[in-house]
Every structure is written in structure tokens, then in C-alpha cells.
Write a protein that binds this ligand. Structure first.
Ligand SMILES: Nc1ncnc2c1ncn2[C@@H]1O[C@H](COP(=O)(O)OP(=O)(O)OP(=O)(O)O)[C@@H](O)[C@H]1O
Ligand SMILES: [Mg+2]
Length: 222
């Protein structure tokens, strides 16, 4: 579960969020859309504890979090398998279990044959598949996705979307999914939040437990 309670965050006096309250229930998939600079990444970073709110409370209640970025961010000197193993070891798996589990997850993203390849030997789409395997392998309670496919060409995008969709359904993981491509959220997101900048958040798909404050002096048209 993710809970934000009246969270405010500004950078250099400019509000990104003003009193945002938000609840994401276990197993829910929440889409996050909006123009560049509106605060999508900041919201993920607040949830992940990488950025502190100026005021308000962010609760993730002991959840294990996985974060997938635009770029795969693999360790270049480790093979695909080892990249997944490193995450599993950090999550407490012993070496033998970590290797088995890593192989299984590479297989699930269609990379069984490429376990011993280094990132530089893999295409961008394949690297992002390793990143997905690494993210899911640790059995996260919460998966944070920050435009994971925006750098890929259309063919790869579709492939990766299908894999991600399948893994989300199979695992029932709670997801906050940032994308510029609304079709990625089709049939997946139970609600979609539109961040429009200046601390404003609109519901595209309305849900009762999202409280959208109206900052003084600004008219919202939601
Ligand atoms: N560390 C920081 N220091 C100063 N300003 C920041 C910092 N991080 C984010 N910001 C500002 O906060 C606002 C929101 O940025 P954020 O990266 O969350 O936007 P975004 O919606 O993810 O944009 P994009 O679609 O381009 O990724 C922007 O105005 C940005 O300049
Ligand atoms: Mg961003």
C-alpha cells in the first residue's frame, strides 16, 4: 500500500505538489501522465523515499520497492544473469537460490539464451527486459515505472508492453506507472492521474480516495 498524506514539495520556491493526498491499494495499477516538468518523477521519488516532502507524510508500510527507469541502468561489467543476481543477493537470497531465480526471470522475459551476455552485447529493448527481470525477481510489493519504454523503437515497445502487462497481471504487484503513451495503460490502470504542473493534480479516472486540493489563487479545470 502507498499512502501520501497532504504532501507538499517545492524546488526553489516553485511548488511541484501542494497538499496532495493519495492512496494506492495493494494490487492496484495507477497511471501517471502529464507534461514534462509536471512532477511525475518527483512523485515516484517521493514514494521511493529518494526525495523528502517539505511537509506531509509518505507511507509505504514496509513494502519492498522496485524502480524501473527510462534507461535500463544495468551494471556494464556484469552479465544479464549477474545483474539480476546482484539484486536478489541484496534482497537476501543466497547465491544458489539467486542464480536459479535469476535464470527463471530471464526466461520469463524471453532472455534465457542471453543470460551470459554483457549489457553492451544486448539491444536497448533486451537491456530493458533484463531491468524488468531484475525488478520483478525480488518479489516487490510495489513497482515504480518511470517511462520504461520511451527510449525504445515501436517494435520493441509493443513487445515490452506485452511482457510487462503479463508480469503485472501474474504477480498482482502494486504499480505506479509513468508514461507519455496512454495506450500503455489501456486495460491495466485502475486509475489515471494527470499532473499538470504547479502542484495541480487531476483525476482522469475518478476515485474517491484521491484528494485534490485547489491551491489558493489558481483555478483548476478538472
Ligand atoms: N533535484 C531537483 N532540483 C531542482 N528542481 C527539481 C529537482 N527535481 C525536479 N525538479 C523540478 O521539479 C519539477 C518536476 O520535475 P519532474 O522531474 O518530477 O518532472 P516530470 O513530470 O518527471 O518530467 P519529465 O516528463 O520531463 O520526466 C520540474 O520543474 C523540475 O525542474
Ligand atoms: Mg520524469
Amino acid at each position: 500500500m502507498i499512502r501520501l498524506d497532504r504532501v507538499s514539495k517545492s524546488f526553489n520556491g516553485l511548488p511541484v505538489f501542494s497538499g496532495l493526498s493519495l492512496m494506492v491499494h495493494p494490487g492496484e495499477v495507477v497511471g501517471l501522465v502529464g507534461p514534462s516538468g509536471a512532477g511525475k518523477t518527483t512523485l515516484l521519488r517521493l514514494i521511493a523515499g529518494l526525495t523528502r516532502p517539505d511537509s506531509g507524510i509518505v507511507t509505504t508500510a514496509g513494502s519492498r520497492l522496485s524502480y524501473v527507469f527510462q534507461e535500463a541502468r544495468l551494471l556494464p561489467w556484469r552479465t544479464a544473469l549477474e545483474n539480476v543476481v546482484v539484486a536478489l543477493r541484496a534482497a537476501g537470497f543466497n547465491q544458489a537460490d539467486a542464480r536459479n531465480e535469476a535464470r527463471l526471470w530471464l526466461k520469463r522475459v524471453g532472455l534465457a539464451q542471453f543470460a551470459d551476455y554483457y549489457p553492451a552485447q544486448l539491444s536497448g529493448g533486451m537491456q530493458q527486459r533484463v531491468a524488468l527481470a531484475r525488478a520483478f525477481a525480488v518479489h516487490p510489493d510495489v513497482l515504480l515505472l518511470d517511462e520504461p519504454f520511451s527510449h525504445l523503437d515501436d517494435g520493441h515497445k509493443q513487445e515490452l508492453r506485452d511482457i510487462l502487462r503479463r508480469l503485472i497481471r501474474e504477480t498482482g504487484v502494486t504499480v505506479v506507472y509513468v508514461t507519455h503513451a496512454l495506450p500503455e495503460l489501456d486495460g491495466l490502470a485502475s486509475s489515471i492521474l494527470y499532473l499538470s504542473g504547479g502542484g495541480l493534480v487531476h483525476n482522469l479516472v475518478r476515485r474517491e480516495d484521491v484528494v485534490i486540493p485547489t491551491p489558493a489563487g489558481i483555478n483548476t479545470a478538472s
